[in-house]
Design a protein around this ligand. Structure first.
Ligand SMILES: CC(C)(COP(=O)(O)OP(=O)(O)OC[C@H]1O[C@@H](n2cnc3c(N)ncnc32)[C@H](O)[C@@H]1OP(=O)(O)O)[C@@H](O)C(=O)NCCC(=O)NCCS
Length: 382
């Protein structure tokens, strides 16, 4: 018996560095710190594209022409409403965490969608665009209902990011503020085989419908190792309080071998390329709003974490997202739902890829439980 046979099959815990399929949607070079959607660098997209343009690029494969963009924009605007049953459901769950509410509401949309089991490409893309439009309405309706406020009717005029802030606060945001959220959504729209997108593909691979895949993806995103990090970063900032406390706080956490939230990534060893588009904006927004403290604490944490950079542990996208949401007047428990709102097109297109060239995703676990043994009648146990 060879040495490798004696050791048994190689186990890739956490599927680290395993390619399970091909994808034409996004590419990540973790060593170089590069991210591209369909070949376009994230830097060009963050600097030039709107979320609606990125939806077109991800869902239909090319940057949309003016006419195509107008069509996407008008379909999104026309699909923002949610059924009365979903409003009632949100109202009945208004005291729950926003991610629980979002997951349940998306599942309910599936139960109410007459074509939910149509997984043809045209139905998937149509339903995907509708879900992209409805998710902000779910989030903002819940935000208002849990504060005893009436939900705001979706605008038929405003762009996706501006409409979200309008439905949240009841006032139209400035163009500058809306653009900050727009960029955040562009940066979160797609990210390869992350845990939630993989979850969506596993569900779609069984032949289950798009709403089921997205319901499961929202569940996966809610965990602190994935989407929950921005929320944890804001808890960390409150706990640290002053920039001068950051170094001791980081030292203490590392002594307990606890991860520092907003740092590290399964794929990036270099700095996450999305970070700079949020860090600059977070710094500017803090200054403009006269609230420099939060940003100052974050910079002190970055400084304290500098020695970990040579181990490949660098700041990730969620580190600065939280400060931006906070400065936009969004409470902490709504941070992950905003990540979800940006990621819908990424989930949809990965479901479409899975369905178009489907194979059931069914890996193996190596059994290491008790050896084969005889059945024990109940009276003989103990
Ligand atoms: C995202 C995350 C789960 C990736 O985990 P992973 O791929 O298993 O991490 P790695 O295997 O690359 O970790 C390598 C080393 O870096 C350390 N490390 C990873 N993330 C760290 C962090 N956030 N803080 C401090 N050290 C960290 C690990 O402890 C490990 O050290 P060890 O070899 O001494 O045990 C992890 O980095 C994490 O929990 N980060 C905080 C949560 C977060 O910000 N998530 C959002 C991701 S966009």
């Amino acid at each position: 018996m060879s040495e490798s046979e004696a050791m048994g099959p190689r186990i890739h815990r956490g599927l680290k560095d395993v390619y399970f399929d091909r994808s034409g949607v996004s590419s990540i070079d973790g060593r170089a710190g590069e991210l591209r959607y369909r070949g376009y660098t994230i830097h060009d997209l963050a600097e030039n594209a709107t979320f609606e343009e990125v939806c077109g690029l991800l869902l239909y494969g090319e940057l949309p022409t003016r006419e195509q963009l107008a069509q996407i924009d008008s379909e999104l605007k026309a699909s923002r409403g949610i059924p009365a049953e979903v409003y009632a459901l949100i109202a009945s769950l208004k005291n729950s965490h926003p991610m629980e509410v979002l997951r349940t509401a998306v599942s309910a949309l599936g139960a109410l969608c007459p074509e939910s089991n149509d997984t043809s490409t045209s139905a998937l893309l149509r339903q995907g665009l509708q879900l992209t439009a409805k998710v902000p309405t779910i989030i903002t309706s819940h935000y208002r209902l849990c504060r005893g406020l009436d939900p705001v009717e979706p605008s038929r005029e405003l762009a996706h990011a501006a409409n979200f802030l309008y439905m949240l606060h009841g006032v139209e945001p400035t163009a500058d503020t809306a653009r900050i959220l727009d960029v955040d959504l562009v940066l979160h729209a797609e990210h390869g085989s992350n845990a939630s997108s993989f979850t969506a593909r596993v569900v779609a691979g069984t032949g289950a419908n798009l709403h089921s895949a997205l319901t499961a993806a929202i569940g996966a995103l809610s965990g602190p190792a994935h989407g929950g990090a921005a929320e944890d970063v804001s808890k960390m900032v409150r706990e640290i309080g002053e920039p001068a406390n950051a170094a001791a706080w980081v030292k203490e956490k590392r002594a307990q071998r606890e991860p520092i939230m907003g740092f590290g990534h399964r794929v990036y060893r270099a700095r996450d390329p999305r970070v700079r588009h949020l860090s600059d904006r977070a710094e500017r927004l803090s200054r403009e709003l006269g609230q420099p403290q939060w940003y100052a604490v974050l910079q002190a944490v970055v400084e304290a974490m500098r020695p970990y950079s040579r181990l490949g542990v660098n700041v990730n996208v969620d580190f600065y997202a939280g400060v931006i949401y906070h400065l936009l007047g969004i409470p902490q428990d709504f941070f992950v739902p905003i990540f979800a709102m940006g990621r819908v097109p990424g989930w949809v297109i990965q479901v479409r890829e899975q369905v178009e060239n489907n194979i059931l995703i069914r890996p193996l676990t190596l059994y290491d439980g008790p050896p084969a043994r005889d059945w024990v009648p109940i009276d003989a146990r103990g």
